[in-house]
Design a protein around this ligand. Structure first.
Ligand SMILES: *Cc1c(COP(=O)(O)O)cnc(C)c1O
Length: 425
């Protein structure tokens, strides 16, 4: 059930009118629904109930402390991609022993920080990274638990920028090199080889490629077992897509159905070849936890009618929401107030001095200058990708809980933006 719905012709987040939020907090503002967030996490948690499984929220999708806090209280672990993200987990009260650390370029300092907090696992992506981690752990007198990110070379059929499991991708270890890389890892004295992981892409509407990847991981785990390298967990990565409401686009696979198919496959395999001995299964969902829990609220500055195009110029821009500019992503936009005005077709653009600064193209909208619009399904890869281009302070963030809006991030002031700068003496 969507937590964003029209009540008496005005769009609400749960019980709060978005017009009221705009008055109280200004625009542009990201508005999140707590109930939607908890429901999305529950879809994973319910499917995992009674199993040896862990849901590690991929926090690069949205790392606001309020979101991390709510998820940590529900028992979530976290998939991090930097030392900064680990510090956010700690600041939000998350458990570092449920943290896995992904990414192709972990620095020595980041490794030290993660080891000092005894994180669950490093998802290692290359041989040089194995050696660096072994050295850093040795110097600290610690053992690092590791998994190898294997590139199963299945085509996720998504946008090339968010496909990550193909041979030509910068991520992971090639499938054909995986055995040799595991053998090398097993020789390093300060590493404990505990798992295997993959992440084949994002916004996958179908779980067929994910289940194909699972089969390839299973194949490797069996080959490793035959050599005496026993893995304790298998990590499916993230990637389940969400409904951006684009016309004609298929709905994404329900999370519960996907997890059920993974567990059924894993159970059948363990029963047949490991005498029923279980293996822990980890998921790293990002978008499917937060994507549909947020909207970007923006106000129309001007309507500009041209010979070939009409432009709806709003106060949000590509620095607030980069997905359209970056991936040509289609995101639904609607007026906050349905007032029956006559519709025209617009490109919805921001004030930034770039032609790439657009949020949506060719949309029929009944809107007048000064009114409010929302961009739907903006909870994932929205605020976390925001920048200060054009010295624009980043948007405020508000989380609605029932009838109460909570400011969970203040709007940045221009003075904040140059506070760390200095002129030559
Ligand atoms: C980005 C990322 C995820 C999350 O992907 P979604 O498509 O948002 O679910 C999970 N794991 C890794 C390694 C990632 O880089």
């Amino acid at each position: 059930m969507s937590q964003f719905s029209y009540q008496d012709g005005v769009l609400h987040a749960e019980g709060v009118s978005l017009s009221v939020i705009a008055e109280q907090f200004g625009t542009p503002t990201y508005v999140y629904s707590k109930a939607a967030l908890l429901a999305n996490f529950a879809a994973y948690a319910d499917a995992c109930r009674g199993r040896d499984a862990l849901v590690c929220y991929a926090m690069k999708a949205n790392s606001n402390l309020a979101i991390l806090d709510l998820l940590a209280r529900q028992g979530a672990g976290f998939d991090i991609v930097s030392g900064g993200e680990l510090l956010r987990v700690l600041a939000a009260g998350g458990d570092p022993r449920k943290v896995i650390f992904s990414g192709v370029g972990k620095s020595v300092d980041e490794m030290r920080l993660a080891l000092s907090h005894d994180i669950l696992c490093f998802n290692v992506e290359s041989i040089p990274e194995l050696h660096r981690l072994n050295e850093v752990a040795g110097a600290l007198g610690k053992q690092a638990r590791i998994s190898l990110r294997v590139n199963p070379n299945v085509d996720p059929k998504t946008h090339p920028y968010i496909a990550t499991g193909l041979k030509a991708s910068k991520f992971g270890v090639a499938f054909d090199d995986a055995l040799a890389t595991y053998r090398a890892a097993a020789q390093l004295p300060h590493l404990d080889v505990v798992g295997i992981d993959c992440h084949i892409g994002s916004q996958l509407l179908d779980d067929v490629p994910l289940l194909e990847a699972l089969d390839r991981l299973i194949e490797l785990i069996d080959q490793l077992g035959a050599e005496g390298i026993e893995l304790h967990h298998l990590d499916m990565g993230g990637g389940i897509g969400i409904d951006y409401r684009e016309q004609g686009e298929a709905p994404p696979v329900p999370v519960g159905d996907y997890l059920e198919r993974v567990f059924a496959r894993v159970d059948a395999w363990r029963a047949a070849r490991h005498n029923g001995k279980p293996i822990k299964v980890i998921f790293e969902p990002g978008r499917s936890i937060v994507g549909d829990t947020g909207v970007l609220l923006t106000r129309v500055e001007f309507l500009k009618h041209g010979e070939e195009k009409n432009f709806c110029i709003v106060d949000a821009a590509m620095n607030d929401m980069a997905r359209p500019a970056l991936y040509q992503a289609w995101m639904d936009m609607q007026p906050v107030v349905q007032d029956g005005a006559e519709a025209a077709v617009y490109d919805i653009v921001g004030p930034i001095c770039e032609s790439g600064d657009w949020l949506a193209r060719d949309r029929a909208l009944a809107i007048t200058a000064g009114e409010l619009l929302v961009m739907h399904t903006a909870g994932a890869y929205g605020m976390t990708m925001a920048s200060n281009y054009n010295t624009r302070g980043r948007a405020a963030e508000v989380m609605v809980d029932g009838a109460t809006p909570h400011l969970v991030r203040q709007r940045e002031n221009p003075a904040d933006l140059y506070a760390l700068e200095s002129v030559l003496k």
